[in-house]
Structure formats: C-alpha cells, structure tokens
Design a protein around this ligand. Structure first.
Ligand SMILES: [Zn+2]
Length: 331
C-alpha cells in the first residue's frame, strides 16, 4: 500500500519533498494552564513512498522504545529517500514525566482508543492522535516493554493471519513473533480497523534502558526501512536466525510466597522437568525449586524479587497451536 502524497500536511504544516519539521501535537492543559505538547518529528523523502510511524512511550514508563526511536533520529535513519517517517518518541508525556505507565487520572492510554474530544484525559490523547496522525500513516511500529517487573524477550506481536503484518514481522526478525488478537480499546485495534498495518514491539521491562533490546529494535527498523524501500544503509542489520513463532502460551505461577530467583536466561528453550527457578523463605527454612512442567520457550520472566503464591513468574511459549492455553496477551 503506497500512498501518493502530492501534498503532505500534518498538524497544519505542509512538508515538502526532501524537507522535515519538528512539530507539536497539543493534547491538554495542566492545572496551571500550561499547554501539554507532544513532539512529532517528520521527515519526507524526495521520492514518493509509504508513510511509516515510529512511536513509543504510549506507556510512560516503557523507556526502551523511547531510546530506540531516539537513536533512529540521532542516526538520521528517520530521513528517508522515499516516503515519509513520523517519529513520536514519547506519546504519553504525562506518564514519562511521572515515570508511570498510566496518565495522572490512572487511565491506561492503551485502553482508551479511539477516544473522544470531551472524554477523559486519556480519551482526549487518543482522539487527537486518531484525528491528526492516524489518517496519514500506512505502517506503524509501536514500541513497548513488559509492565512492572515483567521482562519480555524481544518480540513482535501482530495478527498472524494478516499476510502483510506477518511478512513485516518476519522482515523485522525479532527472536519471537507472537500472535496477539485485538485488545478492546487499544491503539492497535483502532489503527487496524482504520486499515493501517501495525507491528507492536515488546522488549525488556519498564523503567529500564537495555542495550540488547535496543539493538534488536534498531536492527528491526533497519530491515523494515530497506524492505519498504524507504532508504538504504551503509551497514545493513545482521542476518539472524528465523523468529520463533509463538502460537500458544502458558503462565507458570509461583507455588509459594517468598523471594524469587530465576535460573534461566530469558528467550531460551527449556526442557520439561528442568529446574528454572527457586522461591525461598527469608528465614532459611525452605528453598522451593521450580521445575518446568512442560518444554517450551521462556519469553517473559517476572523479575520481582518478592512474590506471592500464584503470581505469574514465567511465560512459556510454544510453536504448536494447541500445546497449552489460548494466547491471552495484553499489549
Ligand atoms: Zn506498553
């Protein structure tokens, strides 16, 4: 899907071929009447081509994506030869300032789409985005991390049965490609319903900047930009193993309350009955070893050092559709 943009207007500004602009999307006012503005960085190539949106910080404490988009800009990768690249490095600017996932009213921006003009603060953010940015774009990569202490192995989530999304996910070539259906009121649902192709990247955990995840994200962007013929690179991203496609999943829960230590590397394959972690009591009485009940790929580890019985601690993924539960993944 290549849109021929003879004239390209965004947030009231015309961007001419070969030019760029640093713009602001106005979303709300603080109580002292200061306007809250979200920086939007746009670069248009000399040749026509698709419009790609790279966005992060929809959850304000998910920093790996913010760093990935920052480095894309810093490297000059956001200046295409063909098409247009829009970067939105920090969407939920309130959450970013407060180092929180949600907005000040506690609402999750990713459960507030498509939003409304006079709704909650989150709803107004969503509305402005759907009105001013979403209609202009063909492809979106939305960067996230695990929530709280959950550390996600680098993965792209998408609707696997959509052939274009699946092709793009394979081009991105993360260690894992995870099926994720529509989550009601998420940005992904609204964008896909509006005909946009969306990849959701997940990697690492909140409030962290993790180099391995950032390099994986940047390599993925590099491959996508070449694939969409938007720009060339002196150094192409390295060739990596084919992504593991996760079709079913199972959460392993802590058998007791206590202090938790993982004994496996995130993203690796584990065998049934392998010892994968330990939960201990702080008083030296017990050390409960955790055995894998089934073989599979560990693609998320809860890095909380203290857990209650029943807390989700390991997320196991399987290539086989019917190996375990139906995929329930919340972006
Ligand atoms: Zn997120």
């Amino acid at each position: 899907m290549t849109v021929n943009h003879k004239k390209f207007f965004i947030l009231g500004e015309e961007i001419l071929p070969g030019k760029g602009a640093k713009l602001s999307m106005n979303v709300a006012k603080l109580h002292n009447q200061t306007q809250v503005q979200i920086p939007v960085i746009v670069e248009r190539g000399k040749k026509d081509g698709p419009v790609l949106l790279l966005m992060a910080g929809l959850h304000g404490d998910e920093l790996n994506g913010v760093e990935i988009v920052r480095r894309v800009i810093r490297n000059g990768w956001n200046k295409p030869n063909a098409g247009t690249i829009i970067c939105l490095p920090v969407f939920n600017i309130f959450g970013f300032l407060n180092r929180q996932r949600a907005l000040p009213d506690g609402r999750d921006l990713n459960r507030s789409f498509p939003g409304s003009k006079n709704g909650s603060l989150a709803s107004q953010f969503a509305y402005q985005f759907m009105k001013d940015i979403a209609p202009l774009v063909d492809y979106v990569i939305d960067f996230h991390t695990g929530a709280a202490q959950r550390n996600n192995a680098a993965q792209v989530r998408c609707i696997l049965k959509d052939p274009i999304s699946m092709e793009l996910a394979k081009v991105f070539a993360p260690p894992f490609i995870v099926h994720s259906g529509f989550i009601p009121k998420s940005i992904r649902e609204s964008l896909i319903k509006a005909g946009r192709k969306v990849l959701l990247f997940e990697g690492g955990k909140s409030n962290s900047i993790e180099e391995g995840i950032i390099v994986t994200g940047l390599d993925g962007v590099n491959r996508i930009l070449r694939h969409l013929q938007m720009r060339t690179f002196k150094e192409a991203a390295p060739t990596v193993n084919e992504s593991v496609i996760v079709l079913s999943d199972k959460w392993l829960r802590s058998p007791i309350s206590g202090m938790f230590q993982s004994q496996v590397v995130n993203g690796t394959f584990i065998e049934k009955d392998q010892i994968i972690g330990m939960v201990t009591d702080p008083f030296g009485r017990s050390e409960k070893k955790i055995k894998a009940p089934i073989s599979g790929y560990i693609f998320c580890i809860n890095e909380s050092p203290v857990v209650y019985k029943g807390d989700a601690i390991f997320h196991l993924g399987f290539k086989d559709k019917d190996k375990a539960g139906k995929m329930v993944i919340g972006d």
